[in-house]
Design a protein around this ligand. Structure first.
Ligand SMILES: Cc1cc2nc3c(=O)[nH]c(=O)nc-3n(C[C@H](O)[C@H](O)[C@H](O)COP(=O)(O)OP(=O)(O)OC[C@H]3O[C@@H](n4cnc5c(N)ncnc54)[C@H](O)[C@@H]3O)c2cc1C
Length: 445
């Protein structure tokens, strides 16, 4: 029988993880990457990259890097320039670069018999190739989420995906809509270049300093997760002690608890608010020419509006029902496997605080464990997915009911569930029925 062959779409951190895990498991694969090299969005020159010149890691180096390939840097929060070098070195070190076809964009995936027909456009023409399965690692932060607003803005309106450098804002009256991590980074850039900077927010946020007690904040308490309520109680007080109350700076009071939405790892924004370099505005009511009217009845004129309104999931080359796309996002077992087990596997469709590339590698290892498991093990795994409640990946946190939180996971709960599933697939089949205890946890809503 011919060896099974798989395709990997994307050579960002997730695609590289998949390639490395398949390589280690001796599984044949071909990689397809639309850009000119590896590194995904960390390559600022990749046309799909949403990186900007001032960007650095938000999670710290040691919690983010691949365990088997430490970064050649002593910086706690290296810049995107260090990171793209890191991914190129990783891919070269393990002989992965040559396994990808670059400048080759996958345009469609169609089921054919037991496999998939992959079609792509490359510089030298179109191609079609059949695979036994396909790993989708095309990224989650590329397709801008652009809300609609009442009225029309006649100045420059851009999404943060088009933001590269603060010089784009020189001398302009800038309004940033949204205060996510990118929005706050860009606001901090903008105060040094723009004529004025305002930020419009709908809700309050929690601001986590990069350092707590002299250490990168995400390195504290690693590997010893506290129950959600205790962590919320303790960390809220730690934040109050270190950053104070963001309401003082004009932010609304959060109407949710800490960690129920992605925290903002940036306190420079608070420093600039304290210096009067920018001001917080309420939600938008409507646009009228260059004037923006806010919900509190105030208004101001702007030259440029930057939509820091996040991204939307996008798998444009495959029919949505193949990914069990029922609501805001595909409903996949462990955010990886369509319940139909149709030969598609999704990598990187996880938002989480601090999951890092090692967390993504563990997803890849799970896929490799499934693909290399004996048929009887695979069938048992599929039965469990069909018959038993899926593990609760929230870690006990009640995430906000928002599109961007619909595939959010708690890193500790998620990594534990992924490791359990991979271990189950590797277990000796003769021992599996005796040793497998069904999960008592409730299914994820
Ligand atoms: C400013 C910024 C800061 C960040 N900071 C952190 C951080 O500190 N820690 C952290 O863990 N994460 C961070 N992230 C999240 C980031 O998304 C991940 O680190 C990581 O890049 C995700 O990897 P990925 O491979 O899933 O996706 P991507 O890096 O987006 O890579 C996807 C790849 O797929 C390719 N592709 C897409 N469509 C096709 C197609 N049809 N055919 C072929 N190829 C295709 C793209 O060209 C791209 O190379 C940050 C993101 C941004 C924007």
């Amino acid at each position: 029988m011919d060896q099974q062959r798989y395709a990997i779409i994307g050579a960002g951190p997730s695609g590289l993880s998949a390639a490395r895990a398949l390589q280690k498991a001796g599984i044949a694969f071909d990689g397809y990457e639309a850009g000119a090299g590896v590194g995904g969005l960390w390559d600022i020159d990749n046309p799909r990259s949403t990186m900007y010149e001032s960007a650095h890691l938000i999670s710290s180096r040691t919690t983010t890097e691949f365990a088997e390939f430490p970064m050649d840097s002593t910086a706690d929060y290296p810049s995107h320039k260090t990171l793209i070098r890191y991914f190129r070195d990783f891919a070269d070190r393990f002989g992965i670069t040559e396994r990808f076809r670059f400048d080759t964009k996958v345009t469609s995936l169609e089921p054919v018999g037991e496999g998939w027909m992959l079609r792509a456009t490359a510089r030298d023409g179109d191609l079609a190739q059949r695979y036994d399965g396909v790993i989708l690692a095309n990224g989650t932060l590329a397709e801008p989420n652009v809300p609609t607003f009442r009225g029309e803005f006649t100045g420059e309106l851009m999404h943060t995906s088009a933001y590269k450098s603060a010089t784009q804002l020189t001398g302009k009256r800038v309004l940033i809509i949204g205060a996510g991590n990118s929005g706050c980074d860009i606001a901090v850039d903008a105060v040094h270049h723009a004529a004025s900077v305002d930020m419009s927010v709908r809700r309050g946020y929690y601001f986590v300093p990069r350092y707590l007690f002299g250490k990168p904040s995400d390195t504290l308490n690693q590997g010893k997760p506290l129950p959600a309520r205790i962590k919320q109680f303790v960390d809220k007080r730690v934040l109050q002690a270190f950053t104070g109350d963001p309401v003082r700076f004009g932010f609304p009071k959060p109407d949710y608890k800490l960690y129920e939405s992605h925290p903002i790892v940036n306190t420079l924004i608070l420093n600039h608010l304290g210096q009067g370099d920018l001001q917080i505005r309420p939600d938008i009511d409507r646009f009228d020419g260059k004037t923006v009217h806010f919900r509190d009845g105030s208004s101001a004129e702007y030259d440029t509006i930057l939509l820091a309104t996040g991204y939307t999931l996008d798998y444009p080359f495959v029919a949505r029902d193949q990914l069990n796309w029922t609501g805001w996002s595909p409903k996949l077992f462990l955010n990886v496997f369509p319940p139909s087990f149709n030969g598609l596997y999704v990598m990187g469709m996880i938002e989480a605080s601090g999951i890092g590339w090692q967390g993504r590698y563990e997803q890849a290892d799970l896929i490799a464990s499934y693909l290399s498991a004996p048929p009887v093990q695979q069938a048992a795994f599929r039965r469990r997915v069909a018959d038993e409640p899926w593990p609760n990946l929230t870690g006990g946190y009640k995430y906000l009911g928002l599109e961007r939180m619909s595939y959010y996971v708690n890193k500790d709960a998620y990594r534990a569930a992924v490791k359990d599933a991979a271990a189950e697939l590797r277990r000796d089949p003769s021992a599996s029925s005796a040793s497998h205890k069904p999960s008592k946890k409730k299914a994820r809503a």
